[in-house]
Ligand binder design. Sequence first.
Ligand SMILES: CC(C)(COP(=O)(O)OP(=O)(O)OC[C@H]1O[C@@H](n2cnc3c(N)ncnc32)[C@H](O)[C@@H]1OP(=O)(O)O)[C@@H](O)C(=O)NCCC(=O)NCCS
Length: 173
Amino acid sequence: MNIRRLCPADAGAYQSFRLGALHDSPAAFGASFDEEKDYSPSAIEERLALKSDVGAFGAFNDVDTIIGSVALARENLKKLSHKAFIWGVYVAPDYRGQGVSRLLLIEALSLARPVADLRQVNLCVNAENAIAIKLYKSLGFVTFGCVPHVAERMRQHQSHQLKEKNPAEFLRV
Ligand SMILES: CC(C)(COP(=O)(O)OP(=O)(O)OC[C@H]1O[C@@H](n2cnc3c(N)ncnc32)[C@H](O)[C@@H]1OP(=O)(O)O)[C@@H](O)C(=O)NCCC(=O)NCCS
């Protein structure tokens, strides 16, 4: 298995993988398959543009097929731009339980850590997703809130836990 930063040349493969994730695990994501299925290639390339403070990482199997991904984004508003967030955490079912998402998250956090004005990394996780919650906690994320009825149009109005990476761990010396 190989983990690397995704770049615009990965747009086609990434989009197929992402749509598979949205289709197979709708309760895990705020985004939906229907919303993203018509994204243009250039929109995906823009998502994967190589920037110093945001980006996506992919895990690839022995035949170079993407089997997992995690992305780091940043709040756009200037007053909130000290916060980044993790999104799009997904590992293909056949590759779960092998530490793939942990390695991907470590890469994403490593991208965030040296960014001078970044103080916090947040994420949002379905409160019923015990596996993901355990994973995030083991990486230092702590719960700071809970959003009830987070997404309409799901079968149930699920709650999502808000997690942040402990700022004390994240601050540079
Ligand atoms: C959540 C998810 C990303 C975890 O990916 P993964 O690569 O299988 O996770 P890892 O192998 O890195 O394991 C992470 C932790 O979860 C545990 N875990 C993984 N699969 C598990 C399972 N089926 N049952 C119980 N624990 C499990 C591992 O034991 C590990 O903890 P440990 O290191 O203390 O043993 C994956 O299950 C997934 O893609 N789920 C669907 C989408 C989703 O829920 N995304 C999260 C959105 S917030």
